[in-house]
Design a protein around this ligand. Structure first.
Ligand code: AMP
Ligand code: ZN
Length: 468
């Protein structure tokens, strides 16, 4: 399998540390608000990665944290505390906010057919592990205390900026934007491991530590949680591209300083989903959520389909027009697949050949759009219905689009209730023709629709239609 690695900046052959097994870490959501559909793009594409690995025969141990403490709105230990901000907004406690939005996140995941990770760990549940790691970093001379806080000293590393496109200039930008520098830091890129001198007097969650009562910085949670459930050697670490710097850079710094050896081999970064007006951002409060799409009548799996149509390493622009197109294509494809009759024998040769094509697609840096094209190819095959269904069931282990499940009768009804805009337009034209006593024209429209298998039903409340 070939996988792009943000560290080497090339597509490399994926070889796990232990044959047949993959240990994978995913940065989880910061649970102070709903996940927006940009965040969900990242989790959908990471799910495609997990499912592709499993399809190719690997046993995947996936770990995800839930950020419920320590994440500030600025990336350089500046700005507001995100959890506190959420609690104030909703006049609830931080833990109430965390629970509500963690549940909401997993409800979104379920509707998008995103698999639950093997381990899910809220950061607030691992404070002793963070303290232990920080103590070792202090002992090893990689960290220092200043002004009551503990910081990681990036000058102690041979190489800190591991992701080439990010460098010291990124921090300079923050400074230019008027962010107050932290005078305690020896180097501008040093980062907080533990805060005691909080800028937030009303910080709700605080713990005892050797350095005083306080709370952890954001980055330490991912290193400590990954080590706890994934051991010292990680195969793949995932996240959205915004996490590459400084978050992942800092994770690598502290993990490798702690371990004394290389930590993670592959870095998988999903490019952002943006709207035409720019980046979607939870902290700016301007974002779209899955529930909103649902309230507008979109199937969550149509959004999954929309995401899978594009490669994870390309930025994706969201528009309702693009989602409409994806949604129509998804409905058609699922209707076509789910209506294939289970007839004839399964042809093992055809199944094996199809599997090969699909493995090539997902095994080439998770090429999900090619994987979807493979489904259309199956529909064109000259094989039995049973064979087609077997192949599609196999592909759907990765795509997870419920392709063989017919839309529920309820949904079909809803679909007809709302109606196909084209048919509704024809019905309106026919009503107008009837009103003008142009019955020939009215009949022509009826017959034209009938030829397409659409039957019009006149009722006292107007005309509806049925297909087939
Ligand atoms: P957060 O809840 O802010 O910690 O982010 C959760 C995940 O979503 C992280 O992996 C982020 O890198 C990712 N992410 C944030 N914004 C976007 C976006 N606009 N498009 C795709 N992924 C994003
Ligand atoms: Zn992380």
């Amino acid at each position: 399998m070939k996988l792009y690695n943000s560290i080497t900046r090339t597509k490399d052959e994926f070889i796990p540390n232990e044959a047949g097994k993959v240990t994978m870490y995913t940065c989880g959501p910061t649970v102070y608000h709903f996940a927006h559909i940009g965040n969900l793009r990242t989790y959908i594409m990471e799910d495609a990665l997990v499912r592709s690995l499993e399809y190719l025969g690997y046993d995947v141990n996936r770990i995800m944290n839930i950020t419920d403490v320590g994440h500030l709105t600025g990336d350089s230990d500046d700005g507001e505390d995100k959890m506190l901000k959420g609690a104030k907004r909703e006049k609830k406690t931080v833990m109430e906010i965390a629970k509500f939005y963690t549940d909401a996140f997993f409800k979104d995941c379920e509707q998008l057919n995103i698999k639950m990770p093997t381990h899910v760990q809220p950061a607030t549940g691992c404070i002793p592990e963070f303290i232990n790691m920080i103590e070792k970093l202090l002992e090893g001379g990689f960290a220092y205390e200043a002004g009551g806080n503990v910081y990681f000293d990036i000058s102690k590393l041979d190489k800190y900026y591991v992701f080439g496109e990010h460098n010291a200039d990124d921090l300079e930008v923050g400074v230019r934007d008027g962010v107050e520098g932290d005078a305690n830091k020896r180097n501008p890129a040093d980062f907080a491991l533990w805060f005691t001198k909080s800028k937030f007097d009303d910080q709700e969650l605080k713990w005892d530590s050797p350095w005083g009562v306080g709370y952890p910085g954001w980055h330490i949670e991912c290193s400590a949680i990954s080590l706890k459930y994934g051991g010292e050697y990680l195969d793949i670490h995932c996240g959205g591209i915004d996490n590459a710097f400084p978050h992942h850079t800092n994770e690598i710094a502290q993990s490798e300083a702690f371990l004394g050896h290389k930590w993670c081999n592959f870095w998988f970064h999903v490019l952002h989903l943006n709207t035409a007006s720019g980046k979607m951002s939870k902290s700016k409060g301007e974002f779209l959520i899955l529930d909103l799409l649902k309230s507008k009548g979109y199937d969550p799996l149509a959004y999954r389909f929309f995401c899978l149509l594009s490669h994870y390493r390309k930025p994706l622009v969201f528009s309702y027009e693009a989602l409409d197109n994806a949604s129509t294509a998804y409905k058609k494809l699922r209707n076509r697949c789910s209506s294939i009759k289970e007839e004839g024998e399964i042809d093992p040769e055809a199944v094996a050949k199809a599997k090969e094509a699909f493995s090539d697609a997902v095994g080439n840096d998770i090429n999900t759009s090619l994987a979807i094209t493979a489904v259309y190819d199956v529909l064109k095959l000259n094989v039995s219905g049973a064979t087609k269904r077997a192949i599609i069931a196999d592909y759907d282990k990765v795509l997870a689009l419920d392709l063989l499940t017919p839309f529920a009768a309820e949904e079909k009804k809803e679909e007809t209730e709302a109606g196909d805009p084209e048919i509704l337009a024809q019905i309106a034209l026919r009503a107008e023709a009837k009103k003008a006593k142009n019955f020939a024209e009215a009949d022509r429209i009826r017959n034209e629709l009938a030829a397409k298998g659409i039957t019009l039903i006149d009722t006292p409340n107007g005309t509806t239609y049925k297909i087939g």
